[in-house]
Design a binder for this molecule. Structure first.
Ligand SMILES: Cc1cc2nc3c(=O)[nH]c(=O)nc-3n(C[C@H](O)[C@H](O)[C@H](O)COP(=O)(O)OP(=O)(O)OC[C@H]3O[C@@H](n4cnc5c(N)ncnc54)[C@H](O)[C@@H]3O)c2cc1C
Ligand SMILES: NC(=O)c1ccc[n+]([C@@H]2O[C@H](COP(=O)([O-])OP(=O)(O)OC[C@H]3O[C@@H](n4cnc5c(N)ncnc54)[C@H](OP(=O)(O)O)[C@@H]3O)[C@@H](O)[C@H]2O)c1
Length: 498
């Protein structure tokens, strides 16, 4: 098949590699001038590192270079992807600086993809080509979401700046300025630490505090031993609790709750949350509500040292200018000097290249993506999604989605009848909405249930990594290289069939 892939982040690159190995003719469209997506130099904020340790944040068939540190810089992750593209000779199929402007279902099946070089302004230079299949790998944390504030025009007219965290590429913008950072996710805390090195003042405005996990618990135990294992995942009750997880969740999840509870008290003490007035509401188990955020190195230390202030449980209601100086007015009644406002308020999961009709077909009444196995739309044909299963091991999750896509396109596995898939997806989204209080990135963020998703995807494909491997993963951090045989085994399986 002639397959178009939108996006050259981990998901698009993994899809290109897997689908090419299965004999397809793949073209990857990437609007940025470089590969990497989240890790592209066009999107990296100063100080960005991975949350994952290096061995868990890879595709299955290439390890991180030995010389790279345990937590990788954004540049190192991009370097890794460049090495991957080179090793598997993927460059000729990637069209950089080329944005997909529209994707329309073609009369006889497949898609008409209209793309354009990003350097061109207006409709000139658009090219339309036909593809048999489209895989969307456009990233669920790609387009920043910014709240619509009153007074932005006044702020900018007075010389103020407002930008998203992914648009902050150096610290010159904040040097000597009064800076307000909005949000309390990983991006917000990361940028606050970097900004505080150069700004005159740095204030984080958090409408709610979240639990954060130290990289090293008690300064010794790497968090990967707790969260990046099957046991760690099993501490949180999945949609259906099965196998050894039943023990953890017997009697109202007593065992699991006491294990998680012990981390809560250690974390509270280690990060000095009470002393700093930064104890979140709710329980530590909420940490896995949607996204598990690691404590940014230097954040709580910065608060303690007075370099970073946190305005908790409040929001910006408007910007105003007093005596020529921009201010952010808070719901709490306070006003903060705000020469620069950095919104670290999450991302939109929008697909502007589809018509409104298709977007409507892809989502439910809540706007959540109805994707079977996080991959297959219920009613739009010749279309799949890769990377719409953001997880603790996003590269591996995306790669296994690509394997599922390859197997499905070859007719090597069947999906349930349409009504059964629809019921399954609806139940899953209802469960996600309830357990995350709506924080699931429109049904695309499956944290903390990364391995459950990979198991389901591979069960469908009929390729198992083996009991021993899975047993070891209960106590040892997941290493994607355990899945390196999956694509070759699928290639062999399809060859035998043909
Ligand atoms: C700052 C940050 C740090 C993260 N760190 C981690 C981590 O440590 N561990 C972890 O597991 N996850 C992490 N994540 C989650 C992260 O989203 C995934 O790990 C992964 O990198 C996503 O890859 P992707 O290919 O799905 O999407 P992306 O990396 O977002 O790539 C999508 C690509 O599609 C392109 N694109 C979009 N629309 C179009 C179009 N119309 N035409 C052409 N191209 C288009 C974009 O330009 C982009 O390059 C992080 C997310 C963020 C935002
Ligand atoms: N590798 C890394 O180190 C790294 C770095 C950055 C991001 N990431 C990953 O990328 C994903 C996105 O993280 P993120 O931190 O960018 O975003 P995020 O986790 O979605 O956090 C967004 C923050 O903004 C707040 N917010 C949203 N809308 C708001 C509004 N209208 N007004 C005020 N506050 C608002 C949210 O508050 P509520 O909680 O109240 O909604 C939350 O505190 C996550 O999966 C994260 O793990 C990883």
């Amino acid at each position: 098949m002639k397959i178009a892939v939108i996006g050259a982040g981990f998901a698009g690159i993994a899809s290109a590699k897997v689908l090419t190995e299965l004999g397809h003719d793949v073209t990857v469209f990437e609007k940025a001038p470089d590969i990497g997506g989240v890790w592209s130099r066009t999107r990296r904020y100063p100080g960005l590192t991975t949350q994952n340790n290096k061995d868990s944040y890879t595709l299955s068939d290439l390890r991180m270079p030995k010389v790279f540190p345990e937590w990788l810089s954004g540049e190192q992750v991009q370097n890794y992807l460049e090495m991957y593209v080179e090793k598997f000779e993927l460059a000729p199929m990637i069209r950089l600086s080329t944005e997909v402007r529209s994707a329309q279902p073609a009369g006889g099946g497949g898609w008409d993809i209209t793309s354009r070089a990003t350097s061109v302004v207006g409709a000139d230079g658009e090219t339309t080509e036909h593809y048999d299949h489209l895989t969307v790998a456009s990233g669920v944390f790609s387009e920043p979401f910014a709240p619509a504030y009153e007074g932005v025009e006044e702020l900018t007219a007075a010389g103020g700046t407002i930008l998203a965290a992914s648009e902050l590429h150096d610290l010159d913008t904040v040097k000597g300025k009064d800076v307000v950072v909005v949000g309390y996710g990983k991006s917000a805390c990361d940028v606050a630490v970097e900004i505080a090195k150069e700004a005159s003042s740095t204030t984080v405005v958090a409408r709610q505090l979240l639990w954060k996990m130290p990289r090293k618990i008690k300064g010794v135990l790497n968090y990967k031993m707790l969260l990046l294992t099957r046991l760690g995942e099993g501490l949180f009750p999945y949609q259906t609790v099965r196998g050894p997880e039943k023990v953890l969740h017997a009697g109202g999840s007593k065992m699991a709750s006491s294990m998680v509870g012990s981390v809560e008290s250690v974390t509270t003490g280690q990060l000095k949350l009470k002393k700093l007035g930064l104890l979140p509401k709710g329980q530590f188990t909420d940490i896995a509500r949607s996204t598990v955020s690691l404590a940014t190195e230097g954040f709580f230390e910065g608060v303690e040292a007075g370099d970073i202030a946190v305005e908790r449980d409040t929001e910006i209601v408007a910007f105003a200018v007093k005596e020529g100086k921009p201010y952010a007015e808070l719901a709490s009644g306070r006003a903060l000097p705000a020469d620069v406002v950095v919104t670290a308020t999450g991302f939109k999961q929008e697909l502007p290249f589809f018509s409104a009709e298709i977007q409507d077909q892809l989502t439910d009444d809540n706007g959540d993506y109805q994707l079977y196995r996080q991959i297959l739309p219920l009613s739009v044909k010749d279309l799949t999604f890769a990377g719409y299963n953001s997880s603790f091991f996003s590269p591996l999750s995306a790669e296994m989605s690509a394997v599922w896509i390859g197997s499905y396109l070859a007719g090597a596995h069947q999906v349930p009848p349409a009504e059964e898939m629809a019921a399954h997806v609806d139940q899953r989204l209802a469960w996600m909405r309830e357990r995350t209080d709506g924080h699931h990135a429109r049904g695309t963020n499956i944290i903390p249930f990364s391995m459950h998703n990979i198991d389901e995807v591979l069960d469908d494909v009929g390729i198992d990594v083996g009991r021993l491997t899975k047993a070891a993963q209960w106590l040892l951090p997941i290493n994607p290289k355990a899945y390196a045989s999956v694509t070759p085994r699928l290639v062999a399986k399809l060859a035998t069939r043909s």
